[in-house]
Design a protein around this ligand. Structure first.
Ligand SMILES: NC(=O)c1ccc[n+]([C@@H]2O[C@H](COP(=O)([O-])OP(=O)(O)OC[C@H]3O[C@@H](n4cnc5c(N)ncnc54)[C@H](OP(=O)(O)O)[C@@H]3O)[C@@H](O)[C@H]2O)c1
Ligand SMILES: [Zn+2]
Length: 425
């Protein structure tokens, strides 16, 4: 992997033209989406791509250089983490004679797509060039004209695509349009990494609801707090920093009323310039403190979901503090996810306690689990656990996680996995 070192920060979300070199033999300074970066020397330069290759769909022509450029697209795409919903995270790179002559990413919905920024940066040099992009170029008129046409007009020779558009109605349309115009297209480079980056977007498209991620921190004996409800902190700093990054990548975080009463959390990403998700409290009673950190809305917005007629005095106070309050006839995790889908959200992080988590799992509001496990014992037969009653009586009813991964985070451990497919619909 090329070593890219950030040497000075100017401004953050800028798609200004970029002149970058993929040749790592010289240290090159470049303005990359507002970050001045140095490509360090001393590493092998990747093999340039032959833009006149005749290969169509086969992966046989995929080179290390292709993978490297696709990873660059993913790095660029990540610059907009948490800001693009309902759109995907997309980065694009224009390469000619083995050199990057333009780069870009999609900064947020309503703004131009990544390919547009990259082509703009490349200018006339795009003619005969190869364009890398982590998602199939769009082929429909939305808020912006189709990128397939933009690429054809720019005269590019080849397009390398990370993954096809997940929408079954449009999947392959952009690729077909490019091929019909004589542009060579290679599909599936770094496909897994591309799918992973946009998993929430894919979920939203396929199932018409946001991806629900249940994140919790528990002791080795399976407790998320003491029997008295104290939970600060279960895990160490490294795990907590990782949670802050996770928050920055999500559109919303949900907790229940008890968590507000017991923990009084901030639920922000605690990072300068990083995105803060919408903080959502689900409370039926609205028996919540008048002074909670979540009512401080200067740094991040807060939405309270409740039931019709609950605690009108507190509702008035919350509105004065800038908190949005929405009353529903029946407050359920399913309803909460419907509301968040309507807001264009792709990813929702459930940071609630076990009672609400059980209800959310039972209603199909959660698909992914991220369990931080601290190697410590707190004990307590009544101490709360990550997931409350699911009504199961035999071990054969247990929900087996799929695609399980685990890794050490500082002195703690993170286990990640997905609930069975039936929890995805
Ligand atoms: N270690 C961790 O990762 C972690 C994370 C979060 C919480 N905790 C701990 O978990 C404990 C609280 O657990 P909890 O399960 O009561 O958490 P919770 O996150 O407060 O969820 C329960 C609350 O959600 C509200 N709610 C709204 N609709 C609901 C529905 N359909 N089903 C269930 N609840 C609904 C209710 O609020 P109202 O009562 O206001 O109506 C209910 O009391 C605390 O001790 C906290 O410290 C630990
Ligand atoms: Zn597009």
């Amino acid at each position: 992997m090329q070593n890219i070192e950030v040497i000075a920060q100017t401004k953050f979300m800028d798609n200004s033209p970029i002149v970058a070199q993929a040749d790592t033999s010289l240290p090159n300074y470049t303005q990359e989406n507002g970050l001045l970066v140095q490509f360090s020397s001393g590493e092998a330069a990747p093999t340039p791509v032959e833009s006149d290759s005749q290969t169509q769909d086969s992966m046989s022509s995929e080179t290390d250089f292709d993978s490297h450029m696709m990873q660059r697209c993913l790095t660029l795409a990540r610059r907009a983490l948490g800001r693009t919903s309902p759109n995907p995270l997309v980065g694009a790179v224009v390469v000619k004679n083995g050199e990057i002559i333009g780069e870009g990413f999609h900064p947020r919905a309503g703004e131009p797509h990544a390919e547009v920024f990259a082509l703009r940066a490349a200018g006339v040099g795009a003619r005969g060039a190869t364009v890398y992009v982590n998602l199939e170029p769009c082929n429909h008129y939305g808020r912006t004209p189709p990128c397939s046409e933009g690429l054809i007009e720019a005269g590019v020779a080849k397009v390398v695509v990370g993954m096809v558009d997940p929408n079954p109605l449009v999947a392959g349309g952009g690729i077909a349009r490019l091929r019909a115009a004589g542009v060579e297209v290679l599909v599936g480079v770094e496909n897994e990494a591309c799918q992973q980056l946009n998993e929430a977007f894919v979920h939203r498209i396929l199932y018409k609801k946001p991806l629900g991620i249940l994140k919790y921190a528990m002791t080795l004996d399976g407790k998320i707090a003491t029997a008295g409800g104290h939970s600060a902190w279960v895990t160490n700093q490294a795990a907590r920093s990782e949670v802050h990054q996770l928050r920055a990548a999500c559109d919303a975080i949900i907790v229940g009323g008890n968590t507000v009463r017991q923990d009084n959390p901030y639920l922000t990403s605690h990072q300068v310039e990083a995105h803060n998700p919408l903080r959502v409290v689900m409370s039926r009673q609205l028996n919540l403190p008048e002074n909670a950190r979540l009512w401080e809305t200067q740094e991040a917005p807060t939405l309270v979901l409740t039931e019709i007629g609950a605690n009108p005095d507190l509702q008035k106070l919350l509105l004065k503090r800038g908190v949005e309050v929405v009353e529903l006839p029946a407050l359920t995790p399913e309803q909460a996810m419907i509301r968040l889908y309507e807001r264009g959200f792709c990813s929702v992080l459930w940071e609630c306690g076990g009672n609400l988590a059980a209800s959310a799992i039972a209603q199909g509001a959660i698909q992914k689990i991220m369990a931080f496990i601290a190697p410590k014992i707190i004990g307590g037969s009544h101490a709360p656990t990550p997931v409350g009653d699911l009504g199961f009586t035999t071990m054969t009813e247990a929900l087996p996680l799929e695609r399980v991964r685990w890794r050490v985070v500082g002195s703690d451990c993170l286990v990640e996995g997905y609930l069975p497919q039936k929890n995805h619909q």
